[in-house]
Ligand binder design. Structure first.
Ligand SMILES: Cc1cc2nc3c(=O)[nH]c(=O)nc-3n(C[C@H](O)[C@H](O)[C@H](O)COP(=O)(O)OP(=O)(O)OC[C@H]3O[C@@H](n4cnc5c(N)ncnc54)[C@H](O)[C@@H]3O)c2cc1C
Length: 320
């Protein structure tokens, strides 16, 4: 009998799956997927010990919910808490916006740019992935997640079946971006796809801080116009004096989407973020500029390479 069958017979949860070495991007992420695995093992060992000593296998928070005393607990980085889904709304053809409930006076407790880890189960086996709530970190009573569903994605299989009323097991916060108002006169954000999520938190923090004099410039790369996430929020942010955004569409020829479909004020460029464009965006004020990068692995590596070619100082770059 294999280990997992033995665990199941003893009523113990299955052991977390070790990530492949290739799952680590080697860019020094905090936390790295391998750190998350080490913590998952420790959490699993504690859960097994609790069950063996007579406790049950349910997640933290479930007991309160069963007793009708459900009050979403604050985040913990060492234990999963369960947050009830109150809305699931399609954002695009492959990305869903989940709203989760918090206590009426409770916020999630993230700092701008921080993310959480969600645990799901595929065939009884726990898997974890990182996600960045897109709601303002100060929002009370709820938080929002934007999650892209990949056809062959493992967590995507879990996310696809999530419904209103289900609970999401979440721990956190994680991430080490430090936002200090007025530290830079300009923050240039290079985002692709769901990489706009951590930028959203920081944009909200900067635009609503009356003392902030720094400007925010978002270059947002998507395949087509219909893949752009958070269009309505971006339109609202555009009302602020210190925010501007350009959408870069890599797979949509200019003729494909009639310009009449674009919303008023949207700046669209057909193509990718390349060296010429980035050089122009960076301009001469290098010392006052901070660059934030978040996208797919290939997008991140392309952006870091171009910044390097442009001699942009590495200590002014933050890659999520
Ligand atoms: C700090 C951090 C924050 C994140 N925040 C969010 C978020 O807010 N919303 C969100 O949807 N995702 C976010 N992600 C990505 C997320 O953690 C998962 O990697 C993603 O949801 C895919 O998981 P999966 O299990 O469905 O796919 P997997 O089983 O891991 O992969 C399935 C397939 O999808 C491809 N794939 C996986 N991830 C990506 C990607 N990012 N871009 C392109 N191809 C990919 C893989 O190459 C593979 O072919 C974040 C990642 C990090 C590191």
């Amino acid at each position: 009998m294999d280990t997992q069958s033995t665990l199941a017979m003893e009523g113990l949860p299955q052991k977390p799956e070790k990530p492949l070495d290739s799952d680590c991007c080697g860019n020094g992420c905090v936390p790295c997927v391998l750190d998350i695995y080490a913590e998952e093992l420790a959490i699993w060992e504690r859960e097994c010990a609790r069950i063996k000593s007579g406790g049950t296998s349910h997640s933290v928070g479930q007991e309160e919910e069963e007793n009708g005393e459900y009050e979403s607990p604050a985040l913990s980085s060492s234990e999963y808490h369960q947050y009830q889904i109150t809305a699931v709304i399609p954002e695009t053809h492959d990305t869903w916006r989940f709203t989760c409930r918090l206590g009426p006076d409770q916020s999630l407790g993230l700092l701008p740019g921080q993310h959480v880890v969600i645990r799901g189960y595929v065939e009884g086996k726990p898997i974890t992935r990182q996600y960045t709530p897109v709601s303002d970190v100060r929002l009370k009573g709820a938080f929002h997640l934007l999650i892209k569903v990949y056809r062959d994605g493992r967590m995507s299989q879990v996310v696809r079946t999530c419904q209103v009323g289900d609970g999401l097991e979440i721990r956190g916060p994680f991430g080490c971006l430090q936002y200090t108002p007025n530290q830079y006169s300009r923050v240039l954000m290079l985002a692709a796809g769901t990489g706009v999520a951590p930028m959203a938190q920081l944009i909200q923090a900067m635009l609503t801080n009356e003392d902030e004099e720094g400007r925010v410039r978002l270059l947002y790369a998507c395949r087509t116009y219909h893949d752009i996430l958070m269009k309505s929020e971006i339109a609202e942010w555009r009302q602020f004096w210190n925010f501007s955004a350009t959408f870069l569409l890599s797979q949509e020829p200019p003729t494909e989407t009639p310009s009449g479909q674009y919303q008023y004020g949207e700046e669209i460029v057909h193509g990718k973020i390349n060296k010429t464009l980035l050089e122009k965006e960076l301009g001469k004020n290098v010392s006052g500029t901070r660059v934030l990068v978040c996208g797919t692995r290939s997008f991140d590596s392309d952006m870091l390479q171009i910044l390097d070619v442009c001699n942009f100082p590495k200590d002014h770059i933050f890659k999520f």
